[in-house]
Ligand binder design. Structure first.
Ligand SMILES: Nc1ncnc2c1ncn2[C@@H]1O[C@H](COP(=O)(O)OP(=O)(O)OP(=O)(O)O)[C@@H](O)[C@H]1O
Length: 691
């Protein structure tokens, strides 16, 4: 029998669920309050009876207090979830009858699960539960899901989606009406939030496959702009934390993110899903940690800024070479070469001890494929362990230390900078290694150096990390991935879009990344959710990706405004800002090509507006309001409206500029406007000029 068939019945049922939730909330509140009293009382007891209690009793009391605190904290967590559920208890429903059963079960699906105290029956199922997967994977008709007991086959008789706000049902949609698109359209037409939000109510089938994948050791997600890569990766984390709750905690998951603003922007998603946030680190942080005390390096963004203005072909040549897969092979060859040729043993004659160079060489040869320093260590230990002095006695500690030092010195040099310089001599291209200043590397040399260091010394391990997320994969070179593989042996989810590189000279295509991770499972996301069809269409004319499928959501056509004079471009921008302030939209991104241009723009407009912010490489917060920034910084973010200034032919002309322009355009959800003075950039499509 189908329960709650009509809308009126659904509304009544919702009231019933909300009332149960309130009841549960009250119970929890009184439980928390009595737990608090209990803790205070226990502490007072220990405090006032300290003198009489023996150490065992004191320890037992402390243990009891800590257990009670633990229970209290769990109750507070549950209380927070119940409070959220009261506002929106569930968003979906499936009625499913398993093949061997006669009656359909009704499953209401929400962000968190809910069971009344003392009852076995779930009132609300967690969106990550096995049965909830059918909500994302099937319409009505034949369906199946995998449970820990095996695959369950059957039929979905009814499927519904709801939008509930402040405990009130705003709408409910039946599955027969192409629900996904309808509900999605409604969700996507809303104005942006200050932070990225969860998408549990509208996860799409192809996204669900990625979220629930349990088997891939490495998963690569190539997705077009706005296809939900970042959202999906975060939901995947939430799913894995649920699925492997016994062995995986948020402390075991690390995300390599492009910058702090991006980390702040995504920081709401996991807490919204009831999970703790995960730690983040940038590639620059990893390099700084590995090279601490040895040398400094230019950062990725400093390199991008330099390339924004430099046309130094030698610099570009150096960057391109070091961003190739062949470069890793050559560096590996060099490391093999020095292993064989830089170790030059000689006879040791010292303190009544004589060791033949052949013996040392043998010990070195059988010391295996270890990082060079460890190999030398092992060789030295082996020799000192096996050697006797001329009287047949074991070596004294002092002599053994001297011999170990001598053996380690038989390796030509362990100075990293010297070794790295030697590499370029070895390949016959000494001119390809240039320091920016004393002990400061160009960014293109930072990760080769880290790689060399790991091969020389071994690596500081990140063993606590059991799952690594890498966002914006296109901006990382093969050597960076080679470093990752050595530092992180854990499972990885790697995501990005090859069309959104902020540095085309060192970007990695999907094919290249697959060469580095040949056994990775690769998936593509082709549907774009962020921008209206008009904005997607415009962006596609700048950087075509024939595979991209826009979601059918319409809005105003992008506009290009030409300023009559240099000064009037600023007037035009002020008028567009006023238009934004009068609209219902909450975020406007003024996205310049470079950080210098963004700073200039910020200072020219500053003072005129409140909620006006500059996002630069040192920023760490994403704000609502008017945000002036550069395309490299805006990567990964989104705004209701985007305004791209200075799009004249001299500012946007190279392939790198094309990529930056594409990134800037695809940050817009609803409105895109472009301004310029002089000659329009040839990268912009014709037919959008406002007259
Ligand atoms: N299934 C979905 N339901 C609702 N919104 C979605 C869905 N998938 C993606 N979105 C929305 O689309 C927008 C883009 O998502 P996200 O930033 O995760 O995409 P991305 O592929 O990482 O983008 P980019 O590479 O362009 O930075 C976000 O507003 C996100 O909430």
């Amino acid at each position: 029998m189908t329960v709650n068939r009509s809308e009126a019945e659904e509304k009544r049922y919702l009231e019933e669920v909300v009332s149960k939730l309130h009841q549960s909330l009250q119970n929890l509140e009184s439980k928390i309050s009595s737990t608090r009293d209990e803790i205070i009382e226990s502490k007072r007891y220990v405090w006032t009876n300290t003198a009489e209690l023996d150490p065992v009793e004191r320890a037992a009391n402390r243990m009891e207090i800590s257990l009670t605190i633990d229970h209290g904290e769990k109750a507070v967590l549950k209380l927070n979830r119940i409070q959220k559920l009261i506002a929106a208890p569930y968003f979906g429903r499936v009625d499913f009858v398993a093949d061997e059963q006669t009656e359909a079960e009704t499953y209401y699906i929400g962000v968190h699960p809910f069971t009344m105290e003392g009852s076995q029956k779930n009132v609300i199922y967690d969106w990550r539960s096995p049965v909830a997967s059918m909500f994302y994977d099937y319409q009505t008709g034949k369906a199946r899901y995998s449970s820990p007991q095996g695959v369950v086959e059957g039929e979905i008789g009814l499927k519904r989606q709801y939008r509930i706000k402040q405990s009130i049902m705003e709408y409910m949609i039946e599955s027969s009406m192409n629900i996904n698109d309808d509900v999605l359209q409604k969700e996507l037409s809303l104005t942006s939030d200050e932070k990225m939000k969860n998408i549990v109510a509208t996860i799409q089938k192809e996204q669900n496959v990625i979220i629930r994948d349990e088997h891939s050791h490495e998963m690569i997600i190539q997705g077009v702009a706005g296809s939900g890569k970042t959202s999906v990766a975060l939901h995947r984390v939430a799913f894995l934390l649920y699925r492997y709750k016994e062995t995986l905690t948020s402390q075991n998951i690390l995300i390599i993110s492009p910058n702090k603003v991006f980390s702040d922007y995504i920081s709401n998603v996991l807490p919204e899903l009831g999970e703790e946030n995960i730690a983040e680190i940038s590639f620059d942080d990893i390099a700084a940690g590995e090279l601490a005390g040895l040398c400094h390096g230019q950062t990725f963004y400093q390199q991008v800024s330099e390339l924004g203005t430099s046309t130094d072909v030698c610099l570009i040549e150096r960057i391109e070479y070091k961003a190739s897969v062949d470069f890793i092979y050559e560096l590996d060859h060099f490391i093999e070469y020095i292993q064989e040729n830089y170790f030059q043993p000689v006879d040791i004659v010292l303190d009544e001890v004589k060791i033949d160079q052949a013996e040392i060489w043998n010990a070195y040869r059988v010391s295996g494929n270890l990082p060079i320093k460890l190999r030398l260590e092992k060789t030295a230990l082996k020799i000192t362990g096996n050697t006797k002095d001329i009287h047949g006695d074991k070596l004294t500690a002092k002599t053994a230390t001297k011999i170990r030092t001598l053996i380690k010195k038989m390796f030509k040099t362990q100075n990293l900078l010297l070794l790295y310089t030697d590499f370029y001599n070895y390949i016959g291209k000494p001119e390809w290694f240039k320091l920016k200043k004393t002990k400061t590397l160009e960014f293109a040399d930072v990760f080769p150096m880290v790689y060399l260091k790991i091969r020389l010394e071994g690596s500081k391990s990140y063993e606590a990390v059991k799952h690594l997320l890498v966002d914006e994969m296109q901006d990382y070179t093969p050597i960076q991935y080679a470093v990752l593989s050595r530092l992180f042996k854990c499972k990885k989810t790697i995501l990005g879009d090859s069309n959104q590189s902020v540095n085309p000279y060192s970007s990695s295509s999907l094919q290249v990344i697959r060469k580095v991770f040949p056994s990775a499972h690769t998936v593509e996301l082709l549907r774009s959710y962020r921008s209206t069809m008009e904005i997607i269409d415009f962006a596609q004319k700048i950087n075509r990706n024939s595979k991209l499928i826009p979601l059918e959501r319409s809005g105003p056509s992008p506009k290009i405004f030409r300023a009559e004079e240099a000064d009037s471009e600023l007037n035009q921008i002020n008028a567009l800002i006023r238009g934004f302030l009068e609209s219902e939209h909450r975020t406007l991104g003024i996205v310049c090509k470079t950080q210098d241009q963004a700073e200039r723009m910020y200072h020219e407009l500053c003072g005129g507006y409140k909620d006006f912010f500059l996002l630069d490489y040192s920023s760490d917060k994403f704000h609502e309001g008017i945000i002036v920034t550069s395309a490299p910084m805006a990567k990964g973010l989104e705004f209701d409206r985007v305004l791209i200034p200075f799009t004249d032919a001299s500012n946007y002309k190279t392939e790198m500029d094309r990529s930056l322009l594409y990134i800037a355009c695809t940050r817009a959800m609803h409105v895109l406007t472009i301004t310029y003075f002089g000659e329009v950039s040839p990268l912009l499509p014709p037919g959008y000029e406002e007259v």
